[in-house]
Write a protein that binds this ligand. Structure first.
Ligand SMILES: COC(=O)C(/C=C/C1=C(C)CCCC1(C)C)=C/O[C@H]1C=C(C)C(=O)O1
Ligand SMILES: O=C(O)CCC(=O)C(=O)O
Ligand SMILES: [Fe+2]
Length: 364
C-alpha cells in the first residue's frame, strides 16, 4: 500500500528556507508567520523543567544486576507513561557512526539547491527533499528543510530518491538504519517487559516492520519568535529514534501538562519517543506526546529521525491485557496501512491524526 494522495494538489509556492536565508532578508514571508496562539514563547531564562526528560541507561537493562535492571525498568515505564519520551545512553551504537550520519546529512543539506532538488518530494508525498505534510496553498509552512526516505521493507523504497552525492550518503544511511533497527527491536523488548508482557510481543505482532528516516535541517531564522521549525505533532510510528546534531542548541519541545518543555541534548544520547501505535496498543497507558521544533537566530540545527512501525498488513488495536473495567477500550481496531495513509495525507496538527482511532467516551 503506497501512502500517498491520488488528487492533484495546489500547495502554492513552498520557499526553500535555506535559500531565503541566503537572500539575507529580515522580513519573514507571510506563509511562515504563525498565528499569535501558535508562536513559540521564547523565554529569556531557561525553564526549570529543562533537561528533565528521563535518561535510560540501556546497559543497566541489558547487563545490569537484578536491582539495576528492576530500577531501570521502573524508570522506563514511568517515562513512557508520564512523558512518552526518554533519552537513551549506552545504546551501543558507535559514536563514529552517529557522527558520520550527521556529517553526511549536513553535507547533503549544504549542497546547491539544484542538486538537492534532483530528489524532489512531490506534493502530497513524504519521500525526498522538500516539505512534507503541505496540502493547500493557505497552509502555514515550517522553517525547515526535510529529506526523507522509506527504508524497509524494500518495497517502500523509491531508488530515484537515493542521493549519489555526497558519495557515501546512501551507504551510511544503510549502515545507520541497520543499527537503529536493532536498537528499536531491543527497546521494544524492554518496553514489553515494562508492561509485564512477553518480551517478544511487539516483534511477533509487527512482522516485517516498516522503517523510514527523515533528516530535518533548521537554518537560523531572523525571527524565531514568529515561526515554527516543525509544527506540533505526535508521531504515527510505534517508536521514534531522534538524533540531535552534536553541539546543537535546544530546539525540540515536548508538550507536558499544557507546557512546552525544551529538551536539552545529552552528549551521545538518542531521544526516543512513543508513537501513536504504542499508545493505541497499550490503550493509552503509554503516550505519544505532542512535540514541535523551534528555530534559533544564530544557530542552525539538525535532527535525524527514524520511524519504526508495524508492517502495513498488521491489525492494530488495544491489547487485551491493557483493557479492564477501570481502563475501558479507548481505541478501535484498524489496519496499520490505513493509519499510515491517514497520517501522511493530513497536516501535522497536534494529536489530531490519532482521532482516527479513538472511540468516543460513553455518555453516562
Ligand atoms: C516525512 O515523512 C514522515 O514524516 C513520515 C513518513 C514516513 C514514511 C516514509 C518516509 C516512507 C513510507 C513509509 C512511512 C509512511 C513510514 C513519518 O512517519 C510516521 C508516520 C507513520 C504512520 C509512521 O509509521 O511513521
Ligand atoms: O527536530 C526535532 O527535534 C523534531 C523532529 C520530529 O519531531 C520529527 O521529525 O518527527
Ligand atoms: Fe516527531
Amino acid at each position: 500500500m503506497a501512502p500517498v494522495l491520488d488528487l492533484p494538489l495546489n500547495v502554492g509556492q513552498i520557499d526553500d528556507v535555506q535559500e531565503l536565508k541566503k537572500g539575507r532578508k529580515t522580513k519573514i514571508p507571510i506563509r511562515f508567520v504563525r498565528d499569535v496562539a501558535e508562536r513559540p514563547m521564547l523565554a529569556a531564562t531557561p525553564s526549570p523543567l529543562l533537561s528533565s526528560i528521563p535518561v535510560i541507561d540501556l546497559k543497566k537493562l541489558m547487563s545490569g544486576n537484578k536491582e539495576e535492571f528492576h530500577l531501570e525498568i521502573l524508570k522506563l515505564s514511568a517515562s513512557c507513561e508520564e512523558w512518552g519520551f526518554f533519552q537513551v545512553i549506552n545504546h551501543a551504537i558507535e559514536v563514529d557512526l552517529l557522527e558520520k550520519i550527521e556529517k553526511m546529512a549536513m553535507e547533503f543539506f549544504m549542497l546547491p539547491v539544484e542538486e538537492k532538488q534532483k530528489y524532489p518530494m512531490a506534493p502530497g508525498t513524504v519521500q525526498g527533499y522538500g516539505q512534507a505534510f503541505v496540502f493547500s496553498e493557505d497552509q502555514k509552512l515550517d522553517w525547515c528543510n526535510m529529506f526523507a526516505l522509506g527504508l524497509v521493507p524494500h518495497s517502500i523504497r523509491n531508488p530515484k530518491l537515493w542521493p549519489t552525492n555526497p558519495p557515501m550518503f546512501s551507504e551510511t544511511v544503510e549502515t545507520y538504519s541497520k543499527e537503529i533497527r536493532k536498537l528499536c527491536k531491543t527497546l521494544l523488548r524492554f518496553i514489553a517487559l515494562s508492561l509485564r508482557l512477553n518480551a517478544n510481543v511487539f516483534e511477533e505482532m509487527f512482522r516485517e516492520s516498516v522503517q523510514a528516516i527523515r533528516m530535518n535541517y533548521y537554518p537560523t531564522c531572523p525571527r524565531p519568535d514568529l515561526v515554527l521549525g516543525l509544527s506540533p505533532h505526535s508521531d504515527g510510528s510505534a517508536l521514534t529514534v531522534l538524533q540531535q546534531g552534536k553541539g546543537n542548541t535546544v530546539g525540540l519541545h515536548i508538550l507536558k501538562d499544557g507546557t512546552w518543555v525544551p529538551v536539552q541534548p545529552v552528549k551521545n544520547a538518542l531521544v526516543i519517543n512513543i508513537g501513536d501505535t504504542i499508545e493505541v496498543l497499550t490503550n493509552g497507558r503509554y503516550k505519544s506526546s505532542e512535540h514541535r521544533a523551534i528555530t534559533h537566530k544564530e544557530k542552525d540545527r539538525l535532527s535525524i529521525v527514524t520511524f519504526y512501525a508495524p508492517s502495513y498488513e498488521v491489525e492494530i488495536g488495544p491489547m487485551q491485557e491493557m483493557i479492564d473495567e477501570s481502563n475501558p477500550c479507548k481505541y478501535r481496531r484498524y489496519n496499520h496501512g490505513e493509519y499510515s495513509r491517514h497520517y501522511v495525507t493530513n497536516k501535522l496538527e497536534g494529536k489530531k491524526t490519532l482521532e482516527f482511532a479513538k472511540i468516543p467516551p460513553k455518555k453516562s
